[in-house]
Design a protein around this ligand. Structure first.
Ligand SMILES: C[S@@+](CC[C@H](N)C(=O)[O-])C[C@H]1O[C@@H](n2cnc3c(N)ncnc32)[C@H](O)[C@@H]1O
Length: 253
């Protein structure tokens, strides 16, 4: 499913119009002015120096951007300790990780803060635009500059194809594809994930993605699943449980 017909770039009268046009052209969606009656349900625009995704409700105020702040409870030192189910699944000896389903990059950024060498893949051009903006902002953060760190490299496209042409094998490939929600509208699901679900839809090629990742990884694949979902590729080598979710680890050798 594509975001086309549902998405437009919104010009709210501030900033260089050409920047908005260039983004719209890149995403192949129209540019709208805020005073128009718009038929689209979702908009991208710059607010407070960040590229934001809006639905009709957020249009009045706010917007969703990729959040660079550490998660609740995460230590603010660099590198943050490799603790908890996620880090255990990725592996303490792992150095290089490809996140093949980057989405809002909350997992990628957590890996980055734990000191892993992270490369990101995302196939939705709309999400890739939000991620590009976020990684540019990350490069400007004082702690990133002080430690002379480089934000993750982003590759835009289908990971099933991109993973076939890697120059070097990563230690780990991380997969967090979109599963159908258990209930129609879960009170627990975050707005950012609900919107992504609406715009991008379920990832129906998860099995193919797993196979491509298995061929491309050096040592392991980690799949994040809701706790109610069956493992993506049979019995995993090991599993680590988090809150309402599971990390299934498939070791290559
Ligand atoms: C559930 S979200 C990932 C959320 C992410 N882990 C986070 O922390 O925000 C899944 C994302 O993976 C992307 N995706 C799914 N299959 C893909 C593929 N084969 N290649 C590239 N991106 C893919 C989807 O477009 C979507 O943005």
């Amino acid at each position: 499913m594509s975001a086309q017909n549902k998405l437009a770039v919104l010009f709210e009268g501030q900033g260089e119009f050409s920047k908005f046009e260039e983004l719209a052209e890149r995403l192949n969606v129209p540019v709208r002015q805020s005073n128009e009656q718009n038929s689209e349900a979702f908009f991208l625009t710059w607010r407070d120096g960040e590229l934001k995704l809006l639905d009709k409700e957020l249009l009045k105020k706010g917007g969703l951007s990729v959040d660079l702040a550490p998660r609740n409870g995460e230590q603010r030192s660099y590198p943050a300790p490799k603790e908890g189910a996620f880090a255990q699944a990725i592996g303490r000896k792992t150095k290089t990780v490809i996140d093949a389903t980057t989405g809002w990059a909350q997992d990628s950024l957590c890996l980055f803060r734990m000191g892993y060498d992270v490369m990101c893949i995302e196939r939705s051009p709309m999400m890739a635009a939000l991620l590009t903006d976020a990684f540019e902002r990350l490069a400007r953060e004082s702690w990133v500059k002080k430690l002379e760190l480089s934000p993750p490299i982003l590759m835009t496209g289908n990971a099933i194809e991109l993973l076939k042409n890697l120059e070097t094998q990563p230690d780990c490939i991380y997969l967090d594809p979109m599963f159908p929600p258990k209930r129609k509208k879960s009170a627990l699901s975050k707005k950012s994930m609900t919107i992504l679900q609406e715009l991008v839809g379920e990832d129906l090629d998860k099995t193919e993605l797993f196979e491509a990742a298995f061929a491309a990884t050096g040592k392991r694949i980690v799949v994040k699943s809701p706790d109610y979902a069956e493992p993506l590729s049979g019995k995993p080598s090991e599993s680590f449980s988090g809150k309402l979710l599971r990390y299934d680890v498939y070791l290559k050798n």
